[in-house]
Design a protein around this ligand. Sequence first.
Ligand SMILES: [Zn+2]
Length: 273
Amino acid sequence: MPEGPEIKRSADELSAAILGKRAWLVEFAFPHLAAHAPAMREQIITRVEPRGKAMLTHFGHGQTIYSHNQLYGQWRILARGQAPQSGLQVRLAIHTDDSVAVLYSASDISVWPADRVAQHPYITKLGVELLAESTRVADVLAQVNDPRFARKSLAALLLDQGFLAGIGNYLRSDILFVARIHPHARLIDLNAAQRRSLASAAFELTHQSYQTHGITNDLAIVSKLKKQGLSFGRYRHWVFDRDHENCHVCSGAIERIDVSGRGLYWCAHCQRN
Ligand SMILES: [Zn+2]
């Protein structure tokens, strides 16, 4: 499942292709949305906005398409006249003069007046959005210090988009590793220094992953591993997807446990507290 950094990069690609352009045709695969299409014709796409793992595409006449990719949805930009990829279902297509933005496979799509889309049930529940331009480490720390979240294990809490929006499975493991925090610890168990480490690791790793197309590992270590011939999948993370491999810090073995139904990777030596 894409995480915040992948959604934001997808929004960047969408923006580059359709922002400020006129949609001469908008097609919805779902019949209950088709009635919105005629009014979108000839409208300018005024903003493409990632919110958590959802995307908002705003049109000049004040209507907004909400879409959430869930597990299988993906945006692709096609040249005008290029056929969609076979085997994938086109759920939404926004045609401009030179390109077509296609959303494949997603089923969670709806149309909202722009001034009401913040009331979408998914968006109202979002916590601090790590990749929003206005978000600072201090905002993340304030959330970490909010007593509402104090008693849930961090392994579960970090996947809760109502806490910090944008974190998914690979970020969860690597944030806990960088902050040197045991996956079963709760916020109430952490001292002030650990809370600051957690807030800063969540902020920094999410931004680094956005800027580097998915690398959460230390960039000096990455450059060393690349010289040794390791592939992207093997050098990109501190601990995620590295069970039985050696920790980059202590050389101990990385372990995998299942938390909230998904694999969490950690170093028992480095994450003792
Ligand atoms: Zn270690």
